[in-house]
Write a protein that binds this ligand. Structure first.
Ligand code: TXA
Ligand code: MG
Length: 332
């Protein structure tokens, strides 16, 4: 039974705004300043952040209560902009031409000089991008002037939100602004296709049929949909980043020859083999730096990276999940 007190107060507790020009301009300013905005797309509502701002992206995971860093989709206003972030071969270009703007997400190799934050692709060397086909999403992208990382705007484990009210019910006051443009057209997420490996593969069925994609490519997609939207286990994604170095967790100080991933106030000098995720002990800052720090310490050549204890609350849970999986023994 609905709680009358709660529903009566709900309009004051949430930040639902009709997606008019003034609200869109404010959304753009909020996003540029590192804030989050829930916005409609043609598929489902997305929880957007500036994809070039690692801390803003970290806040997405915090607000969704995601215990893991799943890679996110980058939304771009057009194909030319998307091509600044990822490498499009002939197949990717053909799919972009056929289905963009629209509910198709392409996973492509990440450009070496891509300005997209590492956390967006959870340390992978691939990037998921799409050009949305919704006038409000397009207007927000142009108002922000930034690529926008946006997962579905629901709490982790819940179904995707297809209306502003669903977003409000799920995320409530945790987002400063929810742009309302009514129920979404498809009500189903975008289809995710990988053009990053030897052969094109379907990663998630969605609003565009597999057959339509296969007709453009004139081949049958591999099916790599096991687990669907479920968290990926190490190795499940072909190109999953795993450090070469061993990881030693909960290390107070590094031993001789070890690189050190510090957290919080530390006496150890920062240098090629020591990186502090956040000297002030801020988990949002730590999440934003995690993947680039792991890569840099791995590149230092140390055989082992000692990792300081990270608190297990808030974003610490996702950070520790990633570190545990990176530390687990793996097959070569
Ligand atoms: O329709 C949609 O796609 C919505 C709207 C907001 O655009 N977004 C959405 O995002 O559904 P999310 O985060 O809920 O789902 C993203 C999917 C996940 O299945 C994720 O594993 C996959 O895309 N993905 C993202 N980046 C990837 C990558 N680099 N490699 C493989 N899969 C990736
Ligand atoms: Mg989702």
């Amino acid at each position: 039974m609905p709680n009358p007190v709660e529903s009566k107060h709900r309009p004051d507790m949430t930040a639902i705004r009709s997606a008019e020009a003034d609200a869109i301009a404010e959304a753009g300013a909020l996003l540029r300043a590192g804030g989050l905005v829930a916005m409609p797309t043609e598929t489902v509502y997305g929880l957007a952040a500036d994809a070039t701002n690692g801390e803003a992206v970290a806040r997405i995971f915090e607000v969704k209560g995601r215990p893991r860093f799943n890679p996110l989709i980058v939304h771009a206003p057009d194909v030319a902009t998307a091509a600044l972030y990822g490498e499009f071969d002939d197949q990717a270009a053909a799919l972009a031409k056929a289905f963009w703007p629209g509910p198709l997400t392409l996973v492509v190799p990440r450009r070496a000089n891509s300005p997209i934050a590492d956390l967006v692709s959870a340390g992978l060397d691939t990037l998921a991008v799409r050009v949305p086909d919704h006038s409000v999403t397009q207007a927000v992208l142009r108002a922000a002037g930034r690529p926008l990382a946006a997962p579905s705007a629901n709490r982790s484990g819940h179904v995707s939100a297809t209306s502003a009210e669903h977003v409000a019910a799920d995320l409530g006051t945790r987002v400063p602004m929810i742009l309302d443009a009514g129920p979404t057209r498809h009500g189903l997420e975008s289809t995710v296709v990988s053009i990053a490996d030897d052969f094109p593969a379907l990663l998630r069925p969605g609003a565009i049929s597999t057959e339509a994609i296969e007709a453009v490519l004139q081949l049958k997609l591999l099916r790599r949909t096991e687990g669907g939207d479920a968290p990926q286990s190490p190795g499940q994604i072909h190109s999953h980043y795993a450090p070469r170095a061993a990881l030693r967790l909960n290390a107070i100080v590094p031993e001789k020859g070890e690189a050190f991933l510090a957290f919080g106030p530390s006496e150890i000098a920062i240098g090629a083999t020591t990186i502090n995720l956040s000297e002030r002990g801020d988990l949002v800052e730590a999440a934003a730096k995690l993947f680039s720090a792991l890569r840099a310490l791995d590149a230092s050549g140390a055989a082992c990276v000692a990792v300081a204890p990270i608190p297990d609350h808030g974003l610490g849970e996702a950070i520790n999940d990633r570190l545990k999986r990176a530390a687990a023994p793996r097959r070569r």
